[in-house]
Ligand binder design. Structure first.
Ligand code: DGY
Length: 333
């Protein structure tokens, strides 16, 4: 693009890989947050007022209130697969495209789901804390006995790409019986590839030894697991949440863990994160990680590059790679 033509202006709301910032700057005028300052919603809205696009991180609320202040905005590109920070209805009404970053994180996130399942079932962090605290003075035949993983029943709620990748690990790697619940059953060929069978949510909760949540967050999936659902689970069962905070009622889960109504939980996401429900911080039978399921260098770089591809695709070439509301915007750019 010749230097005299003004280039689209992009806001990057958080720190990002230098090579990602560099690639953006080859196409756009970029305002970045290299210091990774904690910008408030008002500050983000203010900084977005003269921008054409934003590289967002799945946490900035993009809704009607912000959009009315940002008349030049054309696209918000999340570097995450989750996009519950977008009000897609309001974005479509304002002529703003939302994009996310699917696929590039599927296998890495499934790896982590399994890591969390293993750590939870086999009490990895709890036993490490015991050792580090100098409490290991004698070996005992039943110390830190956990739940079997191989050959057990794995229940997956939310059978999208990541759910399917977890199912394959369970079925083919660990000889698990895999059951799942989803808005609708998968086609027979995909079920066979995952060696998984569709069951009702109630049957899944009652029979699974390990329940893994991979359902996207929406008003409909809020508190998919609350006190009533926890009461259906086996007292020996584990629960793993790598989906989103709000899918689980964290207060109800903390009570169930404290009272040993289920055996253990592994949580990568929390209601109100980065704040964590205090009841979860004080029970030993929970493994807690700070929303890192997709965190490998290669995957996070690929997620960020896909967000950049979406910005370049839409603002330079007129077509995003992974649009969310393109149909609603047809003919606008
Ligand atoms: C995602 O991509 O949605 C992950 O949860 C990281 O935020």
């Amino acid at each position: 693009m010749p230097a005299c033509v003004s280039r689209p202006r992009i806001l990057v709301t958080r720190a990002i890989f230098p090579e990602v910032a560099q690639r953006l700057s080859e196409h756009f005028d970029v305002e970045s947050n290299a210091a990774d300052a904690d910008w408030s919603a008002d500050e983000i809205a203010h900084r977005l007022q003269d921008k054409t696009g934003a590289l967002t991180f799945g946490v900035e609320r993009i809704g009607a209130e912000l959009l009315t202040q940002c008349p030049a905005l054309k696209i918000c590109a999340n570097m995450t697969v989750g996009y519950n920070n977008f009000d897609l209805g309001a974005m479509s009404a304002a002529g703003v495209l939302g994009t996310n970053a699917p696929d590039v994180l599927t296998e890495t996130t499934a790896d982590f789901g399994f890591a969390l399942l293993m750590a939870t079932a086999r009490r990895v962090t709890e036993s490490e804390h015991f050792l580090r605290a100098g409490k290991w003075t004698r070996w005992n035949y039943e110390m830190f006995s956990g739940a079997e993983v191989h050959g057990s029943t794995l229940g997956i709620i939310g059978m999208g790409r990541i759910g399917q990748a977890i199912a394959r690990r369970g079925a083919f790697g660990f000889g698990m019986k895999v059951i799942y619940n989803n808005r609708s059953p998968l086609d027979a060929a995909t079920e066979a590839q995952c060696r998984a069978s569709f069951v009702s949510k109630q049957a899944l909760l009652q029979t699974a030894d390990h329940v893994v949540l991979v359902v996207p967050y929406s008003a409909a999936s809020h508190h998919t697991i609350g006190a009533a659902e926890l009461a259906l689970m086996k007292p020996t069962a584990t629960l793993v949440n790598i989906a989103r905070g709000g899918i689980v009622d964290d207060a109800a889960l903390a009570a169930a863990l404290r009272e040993h109504r289920i055996a253990a939980a592994g949580l990568d996401v929390f209601e109100g994160e980065p704040t964590v429900h205090p009841g979860l911080l004080t029970v030993p039978n929970v493994v807690l990680t700070p929303h890192i399921a997709s965190a490998t260098v290669g995957t996070r770089r690929a997620m960020a590059m896909l967000a950049v591809d979406n910005l370049i695709g839409y603002l330079v070439h007129g077509k995003a790679i992974t649009p969310l509301n393109a149909a609603a915007l047809q003919g606008r750019i």
